[in-house]
Design a protein around this ligand. Structure first.
Ligand SMILES: C[S@@+](CC[C@H](N)C(=O)[O-])C[C@H]1O[C@@H](n2cnc3c(N)ncnc32)[C@H](O)[C@@H]1O
Length: 325
């Protein structure tokens, strides 16, 4: 059997660092300051995100994992065989193992494409998968979702199941969801399936706790984006001069994460030759986490040509996975 190394390959289509400077200039010179949440995930951000996933308050990961564990065989049974798996924003590739197992139970070998803007799949979690599943090949595609899907659209091969887990779709604006679903439909082939995991609308208190945990891990995760700017753009953010804030915006059905300037201050971003002024209390909006209803999401999917095959929920109806073709 080919060795683990021979069953793993990594292809860089785009590096996050390449667009960081332009995006930071755009976001921090805007009237309402913001930063794109995709820059959370440098190696330290990845490690902090993994810790968030294990927090008692952060129900999302364990709920989605439980649904997958319970229904992986049902999901795969609804998709054509033989299949390859594609994961968008694969991160640590922890949840995909249930789909890998269900695929390998019905076909001889499997290729899993892990698409993520943050490189390091091998170190971040796919090594155990390669050790455990000897008929598994893994291709890491480092780049944006669009880069990875564009690459796969040009590659020959049979049907694919594209998984987009972790409620990452909740980080998109409404406009971004629209263009994402339209793009997905353009690049996938008629036999391909789409598995979407999204968080459901729920009690404000549960959401507040999930995004502002008692241990302060989410706060460190949020602040780490400033540390990244210090390292990569030669900025001089004083991390103690900013505070993490997570608020529930009921009207817009989302949790908003901000970094609040604790005082009036000026920050130098060396690589951009830019000084950024902050008023006391002024915020940098770093992330939106939209919550959906099953009906709302299914309407969005239908509007973009996706037919829902089946939906899977946990018993408390906190989280939903939808399989569409
Ligand atoms: C919320 S985490 C989810 C990780 C994993 N799917 C899970 O369910 O735990 C989002 C992941 O998507 C990646 N990501 C975010 N924006 C991206 C983009 N525009 N293109 C590619 N990957 C992106 C991040 O690097 C991160 O690994």
């Amino acid at each position: 059997l080919p060795t683990e190394q021979a069953r793993f390959s990594s292809l860089t289509l785009r590096r996050a660092h390449d667009s960081l400077a332009d995006d930071v200039r755009l976001g921090l010179t805007a009237a309402d300051k913001w930063l794109p949440c995709k820059y959370f995930y440098d190696p330290r951000g990845m490690a902090l995100y993994e810790r968030i996933c294990e927090l008692p308050e952060y129900y999302l990961t364990r709920t989605e994992t439980a649904i997958l564990k319970h229904h992986a065989a049902d999901i795969i049974a609804l998709a054509p065989a033989p299949l390859s798996l594609v994961e968008l924003g694969s991160g640590s590739s922890a949840k995909i193992r249930y789909l890998i197992e269900a695929c390998l139970a019905r076909q001889a070998g499997l290729v899993y494409y892990a698409i993520d803007i943050s490189p390091g799949a091998l170190d971040n979690g796919v090594r155990p998968l390669l050790q455990e599943y000897l008929d598994l090949r893994i291709v890491e595609l480092v780049g944006e979702f669009t880069d990875g899907l564009g690459y796969l659209a040009r590659e020959p091969g049979g049907p694919r199941l594209v998984a987009f887990l972790g409620s990452t779709i909740g980080n998109f604006t409404e406009g971004e969801i629209t263009s994402f679903l339209a793009m997905l439909r353009r690049v996938l082939r008629p036999q391909d399936c789409f598995l979407l995991g999204f968080d459901l609308i729920k009690d404000t208190g549960v959401l507040e706790a999930a995004y502002d945990d008692a241990e302060g891990v989410t706060a460190r995760f949020n602040l780490n984006i400033l540390a990244r700017l210090n390292h990569e753009l030669d900025a001089d953010f004083d991390l103690t001069a900013f505070a993490h804030r997570a608020t529930v915006n009921v009207e817009r059905s989302r949790v908003e994460m901000h970094l609040v300037s604790r005082r009036a201050q000026r920050v130098r971003i060396g690589r951009l030759g830019l000084d950024v002024r902050f008023r006391a209390g002024e915020t940098i909006h770093t992330e939106n986490c939209h919550k959906f209803s099953t009906a709302g999401m299914e309407t969005l999917l239908a509007r973009h040509g996706w037919q829902v095959l089946r939906r899977f929920l946990d018993p408390q109806e906190q989280f939903c996975l939808v399989l569409a073709s």
